[in-house]
Design a protein around this ligand. Structure first.
Ligand SMILES: [Zn+2]
Ligand SMILES: [Zn+2]
Length: 131
């Protein structure tokens, strides 16, 4: 990996840390403000490489754009269906792996749990978004 690639990857990683569960478009906008010469394709590619390497977590939200998370240890997410923001749920991770292994003979490698609802900001504004 050459030096330019390393720098670009660091930029992407730092943007994901700063932004807190951004989607690829938000990472691009964040980097573009200071580094307008970095292309969108480069940023998208680096996000996927970092996710594949386990440096960041890719959260597939089912609807809308995937979000990225610099916290890679298992944790759950709250997703607001009004503004689309993703928040960390302060909930201890469940570990049903043993039970599922015993009862189904199924080897669980990972699981997703997402809570969908409306966030405190949206609740405050009565669920109506301006613009
Ligand atoms: Zn919201
Ligand atoms: Zn998270």
């Amino acid at each position: 990996m050459d030096r330019r690639n390393t720098i670009q990857r660091q930029l992407v990683l730092q943007a994901v840390r700063r932004l807190d569960h951004p989607d690829a478009e938000e990472v691009y906008e964040e980097i573009f403000r200071e580094h307008p010469n970095v292309s969108k394709g480069t940023i998208y590619r680096n996000l996927n490489i970092l996710a594949a390497q386990g440096e960041i977590l890719k959260i597939e939200t089912g609807e809308g754009a995937d979000k990225f998370d610099f916290r890679t240890q298992p944790h759950y997410h709250l997703r607001c269906r009004l503004c689309g923001k993703v928040f960390d749920a302060h909930l201890p991770p469940l570990s049903p792996e043993k039970i599922l292994g015993d009862t189904h003979g199924f080897i669980v490698e990972r699981h997703n749990l997402e809570f969908i609802g409306t966030c405190s900001e949206c609740n405050k504004s009565g669920g109506i978004k301006n613009g």
